[in-house]
Design a binder for this molecule. Structure first.
Ligand SMILES: [Mg+2]
Length: 221
């Protein structure tokens, strides 16, 4: 059965699943960044998610959803530099405020978190949809999640992940207006934004983790 609502332990599993995917995809993410940037995106993402995993491994079992997100975000930010460190760390951490007081994450909470991610990103990165950044994937996933009327976080996350993948592919058709790649003009055409690809990988890892059968022996999950 797909997960309809989850608690903090399952959220931790989702973050660990995302870390595993990002580590496995490091070479591809570096290659994508090499085409339009300095080729370190995979390395940065791997370092950030290794820090998230490390933090989760020492976080008390009792940590709630907000604490898990806040600690993951600050671990990511603390370990990484560049542009993506504060952006992605801030996205993860944005869930703490957005979900304050919630002990479970269902479709509504997941939508709130995605919306908080988009707000945090546009505030910090000052990008708009269409600027060929991670925001394109986040924006599309937000829209998809709000248009998916389901009572299952697994289903809503799967739709959001699909939308993020399409949006990441679409960034290949866009010119870059932010950061180093904006100086490359039309040379960026045909290459997707690595941050948008990373975000779609993270959401797919979440969706796959949410598809796994709930462990009936442990209702806390
Ligand atoms: Mg780079």
């Amino acid at each position: 059965m797909k997960h309809k609502r989850i608690k903090a332990p399952k959220l931790r599993q989702c973050l660990e699943a995302a870390a595993a995917v990002i580590v496995a995809e490091e070479p591809r993410l570096n290659a994508l960044d090499s085409a339009i940037g300095d080729g370190d995106h995979g390395i940065t993402m791997r370092i950030g998610f290794e820090a998230v995993k490390q933090k989760l491994s020492i976080l008390p079992e009792s940590a709630g959803i907000g604490e898990v997100l806040k600690e993951s975000g600050s671990a990511f930010m603390g370990a990484t530099g560049g542009a993506i460190g504060p952006l992605l760390g801030g996205m993860l951490a944005s869930g703490e405020k957005a979900l304050s007081g919630r002990t479970e994450m269902g479709p509504d909470e997941f939508r709130l978190w995605l919306a908080a991610m988009e707000t945090s990103l546009s505030r910090m990165g000052k990008a708009k949809p269409g600027d060929k950044t991670i925001l394109d994937a986040v924006h599309a996933s937000c829209q998809a999640a709000s248009q998916t009327g389901s009572d299952s976080i697994g289903e809503v996350c799967a739709k959001a992940a699909e939308a993020a993948t399409l949006a990441a592919q679409m960034t290949a058709t866009m010119l870059s207006v932010k950061g180093r790649s904006s100086r490359l003009g039309e040379r960026v055409l045909g290459h997707p934004d690595p941050g948008a690809v990373s975000f779609s990988l993270i959401l797919h890892a979440f969706a796959n983790c949410l598809k796994e059968a709930a462990d009936e022996a442990d209702p806390a999950l």
